[in-house]
Ligand binder design. Structure first.
Ligand SMILES: [Mn+2]
Length: 439
């Protein structure tokens, strides 16, 4: 077999509208709304500059089944460019852009193969330099938005074929949380299939589930929400003459979401606190090397600044000030989008008072009793639910709040409980009395 190189991408979600981002300044929001297209542009550049023999895209090419004409025109433009360079593209559709979707059908250039939705279809990919066949590429699209059958079992490899076998599948392997259980299959199903490389899509978090055979989620090309943090991109895969693959991840995103923690233990003044946040901003800016970042900060740990942070006013002020500086930078620099704007999207305070909780929890006092009870409730989900339900009972009269409270997950409940414990500690200890009751 000849050595070759391909690119594995998935979940392009072209023309993601990024709704719910009204807090961002217009410039930044427009940049964000362009980011899925920009990442696609980077993907094409990469395929050309790295001289990939072909490209595979494992579903959710469009964000919505009624995908905009804009999304289709931009995709066609990218595919045309790849065609100009003689780079074939093998594609499937996923739950966001099933074959049944009502969209304008543009004719793709001849380098593009879209696999159908009835059974896995196959094509032979050749090496661009001499046309020598190198890989059998198979795939199956979603005919409709919800595929609940294990379609992985429909794939079968020709045991006689010496070619490298790649399977494109949009699926949830081993029921991963946070994504619909579409095309559910197990890692073992994929391992036992005889394929060399499962090019997966659907789960947006990048992960390599197996190396022999390769079972890979490249993640999406561009993060789409504050929850989709970290670098996003695709895998460049080099397959040797012996059929051994080497993967290298390539970043393609234009806007990066991230979370940053700032411990407060060693901070003793507001000045030091402000400087620490600024330092952290610069650290992130350096790391992004020109990309745009949207960051959520969380203050953690116990320290003397807890009460100040808890009051919220200084946090709100500093946040506005940091945002103002970034806005100004965007205003005066026409090419700001390549000069590392870091947008601080919010501060979360998860700090505690500067007290020895370990000692308090053993104390024979009301506070000691209360903290012991909080710990007990934290460890027992049923008791925790009971405590929270009782505490929030007065709010249950309100319809919207009631709905909100029913949607609380166990991590959120634990968080509420911990915050309540901290608040009680503040109010019941010496400092709390002084500051909280003003007498
Ligand atoms: Mn997706």
């Amino acid at each position: 077999m000849s050595a070759f190189r391909f690119i594995h991408a998935a979940d392009l979600h072209l023309d993601t509208p990024f709704t719910g981002m009204s807090a961002l300044p217009d410039r930044l929001r427009r940049h964000l709304q362009e980011s899925t297209f920009a990442a696609l542009g980077e993907l094409v550049e990469l395929a050309v500059s790295e001289a990939a023999d072909f490209l595979v895209i494992s579903g959710d090419v469009y964000d919505a089944s009624d995908s905009s004409l804009r999304a289709q025109l931009r995709l066609k433009e990218a595919l045309d460019k790849l065609d100009d360079h003689g780079i074939p593209v093998y594609m499937i559709h996923g739950n966001h852009d099933p074959l049944s979707a009502s969209r304008v059908r543009l004719t793709y250039p001849r380098n593009v193969t879209v696999f159908g939705g009835t059974r896995p279809e196959s094509a032979i990919a050749g090496r661009r330099s001499d046309g020598a066949p190198v890989a059998a590429v198979s795939g199956i699209s979603y005919p409709t938005a919800a595929v609940t059958d294990n379609t992985a079992l429909l794939f079968s490899r020709d045991p006689q074929s010496p070619l490298y076998h790649i399977a494109l599948l949009h699926a949830n392997v081993d029921g991963q949380e946070g994504h619909d259980a579409y095309s559910p299959c197990s890692l073992n199903d994929l391992r036992n299939s005889g394929y060399d490389y499962w090019a997966l899509g659907h789960i947006h978090k990048r992960q390599i589930l197996s190396e022999s055979p390769w079972v890979v989620y490249p993640g999406n090309l561009q993060g789409r929400s504050p929850k989709e943090t970290g670098a996003k991109g695709c895998y460049l895969v080099d397959v040797s003459e012996q059929g051994e693959a080497r993967l290298s991840f390539r970043e393609l995103d234009h806007v990066r979401w991230s979370e940053a923690e700032i411990p407060i233990e060693d901070l003793h003044s507001e000045e030091a606190w402000k400087e620490r946040v600024e330092e952290k901003m610069e650290e992130i800016r350096d790391r992004l090397a020109g990309k745009t970042g949207i960051v959520r900060f969380t203050f953690t740990g116990r320290g003397p600044l807890h009460s100040m942070l808890q009051s919220g006013r200084e946090c709100a002020d500093l946040l506005l000030e940091l945002q103002r500086r970034e806005s100004l930078a965007m205003e005066i620099d026409p090419s700001w989008s390549s000069h590392g704007i870091v947008w601080p999207a919010g501060f979360k305070v998860k700090t505690g008072m500067d007290l020895d909780r370990g000692r308090l929890v053993r104390e024979d006092s009301f506070l000691g009793e209360l903290l012991r009870y909080a710990d007990k409730a934290g460890a027992a989900p049923e008791l925790r639910d009971e405590v929270i339900e009782a505490a929030l009972a007065p709010l249950m009269e309100h319809r919207q709040l009631r709905r909100l409270m029913k949607s609380l997950g166990s991590a959120e409940k634990l968080d509420l409980l911990e915050r309540a414990g901290e608040l009680a500690s503040s109010l019941l200890t010496e400092e709390g009395r002084r500051e909280g009751f003003g007498s």
